[in-house]
Write a protein that binds this ligand. Structure first.
Ligand SMILES: NC(=O)c1ccc[n+]([C@@H]2O[C@H](COP(=O)([O-])OP(=O)(O)OC[C@H]3O[C@@H](n4cnc5c(N)ncnc54)[C@H](O)[C@@H]3O)[C@@H](O)[C@H]2O)c1
Length: 342
């Protein structure tokens, strides 16, 4: 049995507690939050759980094996480091940390102590994203030409992070998981429409060594909610619409054929190929359950999570570079994603 302490019982923390409570070889034994009224809710729902306003009670508890951290981004580093130094395995919310230096330090600490460090990149554990990964890995799309995503809605405005750190973090973690290669540079533009607040709309482009290009549009000031990703390949193309209740993924057998001589554009003929569209059956298990099971399995078997510290670091590096680029009106910032952290 893996005993878990959860820190942060605001919006997201209860989802972690609920899922861990339903996993057979795991149990949440302690929950910590600064707000007693939230702890009262946790206690009412799970009478056997102990609650505390001081997270040190979790770090100091020798019976606790692992800590899940669902607090604001600015606190992730200190809490995760303290948990690792107390000998606990860690599941930390996305984005992993507020800087790549902090992420590297956590990776180093976890490796030194042989502890599991996992980042909650929830989408990676959805049936739709796993299916996209499998389709691309088995080369069903052919050469990947582009990755294009839109994640917009009205609110929730965050005060401590800009819209890229809040929304694009999801898309970047999906992109890093499903694409076979990593970007070498990023450019981003964005503005704030509320004085003194971080950027609420942003456009981010990732460049790859090949002619693959990835673009992300994120916005807290949109009249409608859109969650749509297009992935175009030379053989097939995917549309992932996360707001679709059942057919979230559609695979199109569409593309172009180029005939004629490349020496003269006038002799080049572009043909359009339109074939079938199909929507694959997806695993509908709640992502956090799949993720929770994976976390427990990594702890009990000493294996490395899919969304390990390195995956968290790569996403933070892109977020950091994109924020730097936004401050310079879209200047291209080179990434160094292949650098080894520890
Ligand atoms: N994976 C996802 O899809 C997803 C979705 C939403 C939020 N999140 C992430 O979850 C984290 C929390 O977001 P939220 O929306 O739940 O925030 P929130 O503000 O609703 O909740 C955070 C809670 O943490 C508590 N807290 C802060 N520091 C603490 C400490 N040292 N000890 C004990 N409690 C402490 C606060 O009192 C608060 O109740 C963020 O990192 C966010 O990015 C992830």
């Amino acid at each position: 049995m893996v005993n878990i302490g959860v820190i942060g019982y605001g919006y997201w923390g209860p989802n972690l507690v609920r899922n861990f409570a339903e996993i057979p070889n795991a149990q949440v034994t302690k929950v910590s939050d600064f707000k007693p009224e939230l702890l009262a809710k946790a206690q009412a729902r799970y009478p056997s759980i102990q609650v505390t306003t001081d997270c040190q009670d979790i770090f100091k508890d020798p019976k606790i094996d692992a800590v899940a951290i669902a607090t604001p981004v600015s606190t992730h580093f200190d809490l995760a480091l303290a948990a690792l130094q107390a000998g606990k395995h860690v599941l930390v919310e996305k984005p992993m940390t507020a800087s790549s230096e902090q992420a590297k330090r956590l990776i180093e600490e976890a490796e030194k102590r042989n502890l599991v460090l996992m980042v909650d990149h929830t989408f990676v554990y959805t049936g739709a994203v796993r299916k996209m990964h499998d389709l691309i890995a088995s080369n069903q799309l052919g050469d990947i030409y582009y990755y294009d995503s839109v994640r917009v809605n009205l609110g929730l405005f965050q005060h401590d992070v800009n819209v890229i750190w809040d929304l694009a973090v999801h898309d970047l973690s999906i992109m890093n998981y499903v694409l076979p290669s990593q970007p070498y540079a990023v450019s981003a533009t964005g503005v704030s429409h509320v004085p003194g607040e971080p950027e609420n709309i942003a456009y981010l482009t990732c460049f790859f060594e090949s002619n693959l290009i990835a673009h992300f549009h994120v916005n807290w000031l949109a009249p409608v909610k859109v969650r749509r990703t297009l992935i175009g390949g030379s053989q097939r193309m995917i549309v992932f619409d996360d707001l679709e209740p059942s057919e979230k993924l559609k695979i199109y057998d569409k593309g172009i054929t180029v005939n004629g001589s490349s020496e003269s554009v006038y002799q080049m003929l572009i043909g359009y190929r339109t074939g079938d569209m199909w929507s694959p059956k997806l695993d509908v298990t709640e992502a956090l359950r799949t993720e929770g099971l994976h976390f427990i399995e990594c702890i009990t078997q000493g294996s490395r999570p899919i969304t390990d510290g390195e995956a968290g670091l790569q996403t933070v590096k892109i977020l950091e570079a994109a924020t730097q680029s936004m401050k310079q009106r879209g200047r291209l910032i080179e990434l160094n994603l292949t650098e080894v952290a520890a």
